[in-house]
Ligand binder design. Sequence first.
Ligand SMILES: [Zn+2]
Length: 437
Amino acid sequence: MPATGLLRDLIRANTTNPPGNETPAVELLRAELDGAGLETKILASEEGRPNLVARLPGPRDRPALVLLSHTDVVGVEADSWSHDPFGGEIADGALWGRGALDMKGIAAMHVAAVVNLVRTADSASREVIFCAVADEETGGALGAEWLLAEHPNAVGFEDGRPAPEVLGEGAFGLSGILDRDVMPIVLGEKQALWIDLIARGEPGHGSMPPASQAPVNLAEVLARVSGFGTPRVHPVMREQFKCLASVASGPRKAVFSGLASRSASVVARALHKPLRSSATIAALLADTITPTTLSAGYKHNVVPGEARASLDCRLLPDTDPERFLAGLRKKAARRGVDVQKRALHDGPVTGSGPLNAVLARVSEGLSEDPVIVPSLTTGMTDLRYFRRAGAAGYGWVPLVLSPELLATIHGHDERIPIDAFGRGVEAMSEVVRRAAS
Ligand SMILES: [Zn+2]
């Protein structure tokens, strides 16, 4: 089936997570890969939540090349869409639907790339593994996390063999912001540290405010800690600014050069306020603390004895989470507020390996003279599980999108331009061909 037809059918399989229901999407992928003669296997942590692995055998003294995608999608507010989010309609030169970009479109590219390799190469120079997991959008417990814990050898981890190189999501190419398109190769992600704050105070009657009130204590701590930590430039970002400075002109060149210089972090501190108009850049230059849920009280005239908040803290990859926690505890303790650690999602940053050069080379052909930059991402992807297990993980998606299209990911009207999808299929095939034949 042509890649566009496969993607249309994948979108029509509604895999909104929760609950997931990835089986119909997995069956579509499996049929394509079986048809091309690959050995496919379904590994499921529980019924209805399949992970699909397909292998193209190759010499095992080299690291396997793993193409990693997820088959689940986030929900929709269907009334706000211009086309049925699960219709797979083609209109205005684009294929519309939830998952078109995140990340069924990429799964379809991976399938096309493997099938093209089977059809055009006599044999693979290394093992190639297609892996489409369930459950990414709620954290991967039934998908990548489970797969790596229970079946690491299915995805290229074996004793005595170099750890795999993994290609997954992380960032898209960006057009329309700088003079040239920017194509990122994502080498790492910020750590997500999830925290609960618990404030206590005297309960009582709303008509007679007690001296110490839980909601007030909580609010004071939130106001004090929320936002950006001291800005600094991580080595990967410094490298990115170096690349951007080499192609920029005018005032931008001065900014990028400053952020790439030896005193980069001093420059970042000086520039951070204006840089906050670009939420992504600002977030990649500092640890951040964002309150996401609040709860306290049940009645208008009753002072609650307890108030709670959850914080989504995102730390640069080289921030020590325990030190960060200790600092937060100290600030919260002044108001008698407890800090409880809920979860930490982290993973190492990938160094520059051979696949990096292949990705850079193929990225060059994606648009007219794009600038290729190493990058970090603010969000979490399943690559963190692979990096943690020792793999080199690259977030690379061969699509160059406008800010408007990027905003449709997890938003309304997600869609993929047909011509960009076609170029993406070719680019992904080229990467797999160069890396494995
Ligand atoms: Zn995704």
